[in-house]
Design a protein around this ligand. Structure first.
Ligand code: ADP
Ligand code: MG
Length: 323
């Protein structure tokens, strides 16, 4: 149902950066070790995501574009222990309902790959293709059939900044994947994928920033925390340099952000915020990720306990630096 897909697209696909997020998350879920994102005109003309993941079996390709078709959960109980970034089966049908999309994919168990072309939700063609194992998806003319959405977009630099922000967060949360992002042929981000978080931080925020950050950790019965935080002399006027990751998923959470800042006590100047990358590991049963279509808002059980642990871990670490 193309109309239903377009309505869902209103929630899932707000702007080029949302498309990039969904496609790269799919590549991550497909166990890729290298993900290359190439956009033209901040994604308005073209968004191409190429991965070396498991690919999609020939017979499953059409299914992948059907609403609520997901290969990632099989039952209602799976919904309470989601380990993949995707699980709603909404992204691909939403994206193809508002763009011109081609996908080439191959799985190592099959001799040929599959190429499919879908525009505005209609399948135009499917054919076999010779392809290396993995998936390449190209999204052209985003919002060609939803002019109101197209008009609402910001300037190209702002849209590109949003895309960079998404890749930054995904690179910070998946240090063992080599990411690249380029726009109109210019490379903007390139990470090594060697598992070194401080190195990724250096790539994204600059080496001198990375040098002013220290690793920290904390643990209690329910939560394990680790990551890097800046010393109080490295701050910005925006909270945007704080990344909270729950079981590898980048999330937005006001309370935890506040708890992190509280760890600095009076060491931060008013209106200044630290750099931080915080990995929080917990039993998936303690977190509900099925709160919002973009999956950036989550509900955490024992949030107060986690907040307290975060504040204490940071305060303790900064004390060790004699600050
Ligand atoms: P979800 O990620 O919530 O399952 P999507 O609409 O994003 O839903 O994707 C639908 C399905 O298509 C996925 O469950 C997966 O099986 C398949 N898929 C999408 N992208 C890829 C990819 N890059 N590599 C392998 N499989 C993919
Ligand atoms: Mg997905």
């Amino acid at each position: 149902d193309i109309l239903a897909d377009q309505i869902a697209a209103g929630e899932v696909v707000e702007r080029p950066a949302s498309v990039v997020k969904e496609l790269v998350e799919n590549a991550i879920d497909a166990k890729s070790t290298q993900i290359d994102v190439t956009v033209e005109d901040a994604g308005l003309t073209t968004i191409k995501v190429s991965d070396n993941g498991i690919g999609i079996l020939h017979d499953d390709v059409k299914l992948a574009f059907r609403r609520h078709a997901t290969s990632k959960i099989n039952s209602r109980t799976d919904l309470f222990k989601v380990k993949t970034l995707g699980f709603r089966g909404e992204a691909l049908p939403s994206i193809v309902s508002v763009a011109d999309v081609t996908l080439q994919t191959a799985n190592k168990t099959e001799l040929e790959g599959t190429a499919i072309h879908i525009k505005g939700g209609e399948i135009k063609s499917t054919k076999p293709c010779a392809s290396r194992v993995g998936t390449t998806i190209t999204v052209r003319d985003l919002f060609f059939n939803t002019p109101a959405r197209l008009k609402y977009l910001s300037s190209l630099p702002t849209e590109l900044a949003n895309i960079s922000d998404i890749i930054n967060r995904l690179a910070l949360s998946h240090t063992d994947i080599a990411f690249s992002l380029s726009n109109n042929g210019k490379v903007l981000i390139k990470t090594a994928g060697n598992g070194n978080l401080q190195q990724v931080i250096g790539t994204i925020y600059g080496i001198s920033s990375a040098r002013q950050m220290v690793s920290f950790n904390g643990k209690d019965l329910d939560f394990t925390i680790n990551g890097f935080i800046s010393l109080p002399k490295l701050t910005r006027a925006s909270r945007n340099y704080i990344s909270l990751l729950i079981n590898g998923r980048y999330i937005k959470n006001y309370k935890l952000t506040k708890a992190l800042i509280a760890g600095y006590g009076s060491k931060l100047m008013v209106g200044r915020y630290p750099f931080a990358v915080v990995n929080i590991q917990l039993d998936p049963l303690l977190v509900d990720v099925n709160v919002h279509p973009t999956k950036q808002e989550v509900r955490i059980s024992k949030e107060d306990e986690l907040s307290e642990l975060l504040t204490q871990s940071i305060a303790k670490r900064l004390e060790q630096e004699n600050l």
